[in-house]
Design a protein around this ligand. Sequence first.
Ligand code: HEM
Length: 444
Amino acid sequence: MADTALATPPETKMDPDRTMSAAAAATCDQIVDPAVYADQPKLDAAFAKLRAEDPLAWCEPENFRPFWAVTKHADIMEVSRQNKLFTNGEREMLSYKQAEEGVYAQFGQPHLLKTLVQLDDPLHFKLRHLTQEWFMPQNVKKREEGVRAIAKQFVDRMEDLGGECDFQQDVALHYPLRVIMQILGVPESDEPMMLKLTQEIFGAQDEDLNRNKKSLEDRDVEGGLASIQATLAEFFMYFTAITADRRANPRDDVSTVIANGMVDGEPIGQLEAMSYYIITAAAGHDTTSASTGGGVLAMLQDRDQLKKIMADPKGMSRTAVDEAIRWTTPVKHFMRTAQEDYELRGKTVKQGESLLLCYPSGNRDEDVFDEPFKFKVDRSPNKLISFGHGGHMCLGMHLARLEMQIIYEELFSRIKSFELDGDPTFIKANFVGGPKSIPVRYKF
Ligand code: HEM
């Protein structure tokens, strides 16, 4: 631990002339509020206002360091593709100002981990390169049979539940978890623990998912930081044992690749390895379960779309999957920091300022999508921005698409009737989220 008791995060540079536009003042507290991400119409309205009135908006929300909200699809692409100019290392995601200060004071740096999304090249490239091959389309395709077997088990399970279930909790949550845990080589018996730990990280803002089950209003920053550290300590213990095992007994799994990874001729560092397991475990399932469930929910809410996919599950599943990933946008943002002054949308983003890449907004951009607020199971082309773009573009996107395609094929080719059986609920999270509960009734 660094002796940096007085260290604070670098202030995002503030031009004394910077003022928020009326649109930014009206929306900036909403687009950082975890609860608004559980209220899609409210979120859509806030982003629609920004796209129309101030598409690159200077935002100074309460309790957060300021940033530019990037809400147009083209601008998100333009920033994301320039990884030297717009970096991840300083501030890769939204965090409360006090929490950032807490981490700095304790560790003298912005992060507790060194995951791919927190790194820049050259280290980012070297680490990403270790597992990239595993996640390429041709290698993901080789897993199709195994993934299909898991999908069938989950559809069987739904049938066994006898006509009523919570699609999110009983199917969508566990299916991608099983797939990514098999890829990592984590046994099925450890899945509940992995689910709990990954949800404690991604769901830290939701009262049902964080470690202490506290609402945002009841949580103090120190308590929040301590609970994240406790979660990480459990992860570290688990994956330290995995590293030792895979070094002694290599297997055909991604943990073996991470444990034995070499960077610049040296074995991968402990923190880098731990961070790698954690991001693969966490990013590998919550995202995909959100889009799997959210896509099904959208079809249940629009019977014409449901009819279309039920009439031709094999033919329709590819476009349905991309539309589900656009519609739900499970990852709500990432951030970048400008390394030089940059002209965008007629404004100057100054060196040192940060930018919020608003993926849900890019995915509803009227300049890119025809009827962006309609879920179309056969949408084509579909320029979804849900997986990001550039050097950090999602490592697992081919796997996510394959998993979803297979479960949609299996589900919609077997189910005979399918309807909502109550109101769905949603996770309160401004980073990764989606449905929490989707009560359904059905017949096979
Ligand atoms: C990065 C979205 C599934 C692993 C990302 C990024 C996004 C994203 C937005 C950052 C892109 C950027 O900064 O430009 C999604 C969505 C998913 C999904 C929407 C499902 C629908 C997965 C899966 C894995 C995974 C199944 C399993 C391995 C990763 C990793 C990164 C990443 C390791 C970091 C890549 C880097 O920084 O180089 N994902 N993801 N994701 N994703 Fe995914």
